[in-house]
Write a protein of this length. Structure first.
Ligand code: DX5
Ligand code: ZN
Length: 223
């Protein structure tokens, strides 16, 4: 299975966000990761569907929308209308996960379920049957630039076992604190999609940094 690199674009310089996105695409970014925070589910506020619709007009790669918000069902149709191709919701705050993932799929997007670092991996067992991807958080959601929680590697291995048994077509995505030094390790442990925020955008040359991470991912798979 081809491994995908997903720059977390809101970790970039918002003044030059268009240029920053283009630089990641020239460097080989496969999809764009778009973090939505509401100040309730997580202690930070970011952006809504409007900015997404502007990005959608300029790029053709999938936009992977990570909803860290309360009552996601209310907003899912607007994000998909704005151009989100992948939409993920947290298992911790969705009461009817089957209904929510089905809604995302019915609206034509890929449906993802997200696990916070404190949530047992088994909590997504049932959702794996009807999810297109599962996102394992390797930091507590809310901010870019946090350190990778080491325990996430064992959790990734456990999640991969569960995924292989229940639904091998479901992709595993990892998000939080991924950098040059640990990207190969998470890919070898089972991540199919790797989100990188500060590990790309804190570099002077965003294009070169994206390319470097892609190469690291590629060599990790080749081993
Ligand atoms: C955290 C977000 C992440 C974050 C990644 O709440 O979901 O996508 O922006 O940034 P880094 O890679 O810097 O941890
Ligand atoms: Zn995210």
């Amino acid at each position: 299975m081809r491994k995908l690199l997903a720059p977390s674009i809101l970790a970039g310089d918002w003044w030059n966000i268009g240029e920053q996105i283009e630089a990641t695409l020239r460097g080989g970014a496969d999809i764009l990761h778009y973090d939505v925070m509401d100040g309730h589910f997580v202690p930070n506020i970011t952006v809504g569907p409007e900015l997404l619709s502007h990005i959608r007009k300029r790029v053709s790669v999938p936009i992977d929308t990570h909803l860290m918000i309360e009552n996601p069902d209310t907003y899912i149709p607007r994000f998909i209308e704005a151009g989100a191709n992948w939409v993920s919701v947290h298992i911790e705050n969705v009461v009817h996960i089957h209904r929510t993932l089905t809604l995302i799929r019915e609206l034509g997007a890929k449906a993802g379920v997200v696990l916070n670092p404190g949530t047992p991996v088994g909590a997504v067992e049932e959702a794996l049957y009807y999810a297109d991807y599962v996102l394992l958080m390797s930091v507590n959601p809310g901010f870019s630039g946090q350190s990778f929680i080491e325990r996430s590697l064992d959790r990734l291995t456990a999640l991969k076992e569960l995924r292989d048994r229940i639904n091998p077509n479901c992709l595993i995505e990892i998000d939080g604190g991924i950098k040059e030094n640990n990207v190969a390790e998470v890919v070898r442990a089972g991540a199919d999609v790797v989100v990188v925020g500060s590990g790309i955008f804190s570099a002077q040359d965003v294009e070169a940094q994206t390319r470097k991470l892609k190469e690291l991912i590629f060599s990790a798979v080749a081993v």
